[in-house]
Design a protein around this ligand. Structure first.
Ligand code: IPD
Ligand code: CA
Ligand code: CA
Length: 270
């Protein structure tokens, strides 16, 4: 077994354990929902317990690695070339409303490059896995991106960050513009699942800004291993710290990039 396969299997163990936690708390949050800072940016006992379970498994197996976890921040050996980016509950707003679109996302970056990704949607029992050179799977079966070549025939997905009320760079204009040009633009509310949908061909492209590394790390390698393309909006190499991602089936990459680059902010009062 290669080292990447070992990483993939341990990340899978952690994601499945965390998924059980999420299903156990679903609909039972009571008074545990609080806001982290910005209005609407929620955290719950489920986020925290899920993260605890993941951290216990990863740090037991890889005590020398570095970790960036949404609720705990930076942990472990910060000099390590291995960095685990963990979202213990992606789609917390959905989860708090019992809207069934949420997941656990665990990605491994090696020297800053996403190499391993596991995303688990416990409600639908869908397990997405990928590692560099090993392909991408959904419930252990190989997946590929779609073959749609025209924006007019495409279905896209995007999202809106929690700072959307504070900036005109809030993706509203891009959402309206692309809604006109395509068969539709969905807003799922869980960035990791948006990326899995690109990877398995349910949608043809995804873009978003204002994301954190833990939202994207696992999904990036899934899309790439499923045959898709990931860059910055302007097609320059993707940088995880930019928070801005364009992920497509490859065929639509240039046209979607061009539309995003040409969209001007909507003039609405904030
Ligand atoms: C959020 C979701 C959402 C995206 C936000 C993220 P959270 O993550 O992925 O789809 O639009 O930018 O912050 O807070 O539910 O883990
Ligand atoms: Ca998230
Ligand atoms: Ca989260």
């Amino acid at each position: 077994m290669t080292q990447l396969q070992i990483f993939l299997d341990i990340a899978t163990e952690a994601a499945l354990a965390a998924g059980t936690v999420l299903m156990d708390y679903l609909g039972k949050l009571g008074e545990t929902i609080t806001e982290k800072g910005r209005p609407g940016d929620l955290v719950t006992i489920a986020d925290k317990t899920s993260e605890k379970v993941i951290l216990e498994i990863l740090s037991r197996h890889f005590p020398q690695h570095s970790i960036l976890a949404e609720e705990s921040g930076k942990l472990g050996n910060q000099d390590s070339e291995y960095l685990w980016a963990i979202d213990p509950l992606d789609g917390t707003t959905n989860y708090a409303h019992q809207y069934p679109c949420f997941a656990v996302s665990i990605g491994l970056l090696i020297n800053g490059v996403p190499q391993v990704g596991v995303i688990y949607d416990p409600y639908h029992d869908e397990l997405f896995r990928a590692a560099a050179g090993l392909g991408a799977t959904r419930n252990r079966r190989s997946i590929q991106v779609s073959q749609t070549t025209e924006l007019a025939k495409s279905l896209l997905v995007t999202g809106f960050a929690y700072d959307r009320r504070e900036t005109t760079d809030n993706n509203y204009a891009e959402f309206c513009h692309l809604t006109h040009l395509t068969q539709g633009v969905r807003r799922g509310g869980a960035a990791s699942l948006d990326l899995t949908h690109v990877a398995c061909g349910r949608v043809d492209g995804y873009w978003e800004r204002g994301l954190a590394p833990w939202d994207m790390a696992a999904g990036i390698i899934l899309v790439q291993e499923a045959g898709g393309k990931v860059t910055a909006y302007d097609r320059t190499p993707f940088k995880i710290e930019s928070g801005r991602i364009l992920a497509t089936n490859g065929y639509l990459h240039d046209s979607l990039s061009q539309e995003l680059m040409e969209t001007l902010p909507l003039l609405i009062s904030l």
